[in-house]
Design a protein around this ligand. Structure first.
Ligand SMILES: [Zn+2]
Ligand SMILES: [Zn+2]
Length: 362
């Protein structure tokens, strides 16, 4: 064992849904069960679904709030940690001191039809770090060795957290957007946590990207990471027409990374015949996609939803960042600023992603 393991630790605790975040310093450090490793959490991103979950407003597949959430709740599912202890029967290939990711999915069954098909994000028996198990808003975490996200040694732990949820989700939305090299792809909400990554993945796969967002800073930044055009929704009288003008008849795909339900309906109108609407992010409440069925049928549109991705797709996304092709824009803040970060997220005010530094690397 490379370092001593304390009995208690600091965690960001939420006692009741809708309640405040409290920093508690005497929370027990998990003891390892069979086939588990203990990781010290170095950095963690803060995701919109952490905010919705702790507020009790996170929506499930039928649009009603998810209420079956472990309390007290410890969120966080974009973490990077270092393995400091290996429990019994973990098998080979896991090394002390190695870096691991803390993702949304904590455990999967490996037997259901979705696991067998390599779509384990839909596993019918899965558990996750948002609703069932304590996540990366704690200094020490126990992880299932069979579902371990083993990271390369030469990644930057500050950058990889956001790849593990926002990144793989945006990557999956780009894979499902179904476009060819050179075709126009619109990213709506391009400056946010999901959007700025979707712009870069789409660019990396050969799209001509139109970024839709607002403000001079976002414009400069998004053009610098590969967007070909920027449409400022606050300045342009009609965004849909703006897109049609640039694309001469509509985009091949529109990826919506904005939390506003209106953005989804507008997006369908930006598509050309045969285009794909690729939805990511889940707006709170139970909003509907208001697109006339006639539009979908007559234009032959495809609609795709994207819920994270598989571990394999996650590792592909990690590799693109390791090689400097897709770079998350991160701002590192101390762990105890989580509440302030939630306030910024609520206002939709964060360019890129905020990453919290949780524990000191030894
Ligand atoms: Zn997330
Ligand atoms: Zn399964």
């Amino acid at each position: 064992m490379s370092e001593s393991i304390p009995k208690t630790q600091t965690v960001a605790l939420v006692r009741t849904l809708g309640g405040a975040v409290e920093f508690v310093d005497d929370y027990p450090v998990p003891t390892l069960g069979n086939n588990e490793v203990l990781a010290k959490v170095l950095y963690t991103g803060v995701c919109q679904s952490d905010l919705h979950t702790k507020c009790g407003t996170a929506a499930g597949h039928d649009g009603t709030p998810i209420t079956n959430i472990k309390l007290p709740h410890v969120g966080g599912h974009e973490g990077v940690g270092r393995i400091i202890s290996i429990g019994p029967n973990c098998g080979e290939g896991i090394k002390l001191g190695g870096l691991v990711g803390i993702r949304f999915l904590s455990r999967v069954c490996r037997r259901c039809e979705f696991c067998l098909a390599g779509n384990e994000q839909y596993c019918i028996k899965s558990t996750n770090h948002l609703h069932h198990e304590d996540g990366s808003f704690q200094e020490y975490i126990a992880l299932d060795a069979d579902n371990l996200t083993i990271l390369p040694d030469d990644i930057d732990p500050k950058l990889i957290g956001p790849v593990l949820c926002a990144g793989v989700t945006a990557y999956k939305a780009v894979l499902n957007a179904n476009f060819k090299v050179g075709e126009w792809v619109v990213v709506v909400g391009a400056g946010g946590g999901l959007g700025h990554l979707a712009v870069q993945y789409a660019r990396a796969r050969g799209a001509s990207v139109i970024a839709v967002d607002s403000g001079k800073d976002k414009r400069e930044y998004l053009l610098s990471v590969g967007a070909k055009e920027f449409v400022d929704f606050a300045l342009v009288p009609d965004v849909i027409q703006g897109v049609h003008k640039i694309t001469n008849g509509g985009a091949s795909a529109v990826i919506v990374a904005a939390g506003n339900p209106k953005a989804f309906a507008h997006a369908a109108e930006m598509l050309r015949v045969g285009g794909t609407l690729s939805c990511i992010g889940i707006p709170p409440g139970r909003p509907f996609l208001e697109t006339p069925i006639s539009t979908i049928v007559i234009k032959g549109l495809k609609i795709t939803g994207n819920l994270i991705g598989s571990l394999k797709e996650c590792m592909e996304a990690v590799e693109l960042t390791r090689r400097g092709i897709v770079m998350p824009k991160v701002q590192v803040r101390p762990f105890r600023e989580l509440t302030a970060v939630y306030e910024l997220l609520e206002r939709g005010d964060i360019p890129g992603r905020i990453v919290l530094q949780v524990a000191q690397d030894a």
